[in-house]
Write a protein that binds this ligand. Structure first.
Ligand SMILES: [Zn+2]
Length: 271
């Protein structure tokens, strides 16, 4: 599943190149998670601005409203000057004077939705419930501590819900909790202020590292899953059930929390 770092690498791969282009054509494939929200022809001749990211959403501003895009479970976006004939899983093409932006999404949980503004309409509704960006200076130990004090679920599940901070998806939540030495089963409201501080730093560092890996390995972005694969090789606990912890040698454990696998070191991570 594309996570925040993959989405950010995707954004960086086309944001500057598409800015200033004029839309010349729109092609819709099979239905995506949500309908486009306007007639495809209504987008013709609109000018494209520079794409921004909020959580795992991309916002492509247009001279009238904008397009909110999500990669869902299996989506990837590619921007090419000359686009080859669309394949079975290509469900959205935005042709412009600079090239074509194409969404390829085999499972079709992704979406492209027109909205009058980022804070209005469908976009406003979808983005309103998101937590802080991990690199927002307001996301610090004090903020995390105060937010977790209202969560009676495990700290891992509180992170995964995305309402406190965005970007701590399953891999990154597991890795950040390992880096901070926190047992993922600990209840959110039991995490002390100093440990919240360590966790906030760990979340930011884990995501920064994933972004750096993506930036170095996916210069020509084609496969949205390449980064997860790359990061997984560098993971300390994620996907390493039964293998020795890099720090203490204790076998890494896997448990299920809220239907998602959690990997952790029972020795390095404490309640
Ligand atoms: Zn360990």
């Amino acid at each position: 599943m594309p996570e925040l770092p993959e989405v950010e690498v995707t954004r960086q791969s086309f944001a500057e190149r598409i800015a200033g282009a004029r839309i010349t054509g729109v092609r819709l494939g099979k239905p995506l998670r949500w309908p486009l929200g306007c007639a495809p022809d209504a987008l013709l001749a609109l000018t494209v601005g520079e794409a921004t990211r909020r959580g795992k959403y991309l916002w492509l501003p247009l001279s009238n409203g904008g397009l909110l895009m999500h990669l869902g479970m299996s989506g990837s976006l590619a921007f090419r000057e000359t686009m080859i004939v669309h394949g079975l899983h290509d469900h959205f093409d935005l042709a412009t004077t600079r090239g074509t932006l194409r969404l390829t999404d085999p499972r079709r949980f992704g979406a492209v939705v027109w909205s009058p503004g980022q804070n209005e309409g469908v976009a406003g509704k979808l983005l309103a419930s998101l937590g802080l960006e991990p690199f927002d200076p307001a996301f610090d130990g004090d903020f995390l501590h105060a937010a977790l004090r209202r969560r009676k679920v495990s700290v891992k599940q509180a992170l995964l819900a995305g309402g406190i901070v965005v970007g701590a998806g399953n891999i990154y939540a597991c890795e950040a909790l390992f880096a901070a030495g926190i047992d993922p089963r600990l209840r959110g409201d039991k995490l002390s202020r100093p440990r919240s501080q360590r966790l906030a730093v760990a979340i930011r560092q884990t995501l920064a590292r994933a972004l750096a890996l993506g930036g170095s390995t996916l210069r020509d972005f084609r496969d949205a899953h390449g980064l997860s694969g790359e990061f997984q090789h560098a993971a300390c606990v994620y996907g390493r059930e039964g293998l020795p912890c890099h720090v203490c040698g204790t076998p890494v454990r896997r448990i299920v929390q809220g239907q998602r696998s959690t990997f952790f070191c029972p020795n390095c991570q404490r309640r």
